[in-house]
Design a protein around this ligand. Sequence first.
Ligand code: PGA
Length: 271
Amino acid sequence: SKYIRVFFTPFLLLYYCLMKKLIIGNWKMYPVELKEARERFTQIKKTASVLRNIQTVICPPLVYAGDLKKMVTGHRVTLGAQNAWLEQEGAYTGEVSPSQIRSVGLTHVIIGHSERRALGETDEMINKKILAGIKAGLVVVLCVGERERDKDGEYLKYVASQIKMALKNVQKKELSNVVIAYEPIWAIGKNALRAASSEDALEIAILIKKTLADMYSRDGSHVPILYGGSVNEKNANEFLTASRVDGLLVGRASLDPFVFGEILRGAEKVK
Ligand code: PGA
């Protein structure tokens, strides 16, 4: 029986990893001091490290990542970056490459967040960043989402085209390194109208699945889909159940260890 255990354990682990909910905290450009970042990460880690059904990823300001990485033990809580450059090295003052991010032990990178697109990041750059991130061995979290909704459903075409452009030349075998986060711009941040409804998110989750099926047939169905935009401890579970997404991308609420802890504990219970 020992041999059976040794043989099957890797498959079981893989199975559990695939089943886990992925909850990502995007800290944006907060907090202002390293000490504060350390304290918040310690508290989040305490909650997250006992949850078996959740993979938690905190994306702090990159300058804190090396320090926080020293506090990481095990694989239930890891660190990610909020952005990366599109080449692995070179004369790009102020930029950080995916290989460099990977080399300090980060596991994920958010690509194409709407706040970066607003700073001038194009679909073509995002595509290059996705390819570079995968090549470096990171899990890339591609953000897509419409600025506003129209009655004719143009936003559906828009989101589908964002995905197609971002994943151009990404091969089937690389899809295990891809996550897609639906983040409607009208639902993000302090000035958000509101969070999307669970029906809004379900509609797009289905659209994303269909788009991936068009591009990759059945292989596309394993790509995890996240919802992001005004997620809090009250609405988190509804997205995980009613919208059937595989996880959440949380901004403001991830900076409060108590609130984020509530989101994590709630998600742990979702079947
Ligand atoms: P929010 O941000 O949760 O503060 O709306 C989400 C995001 O920008 O990823």
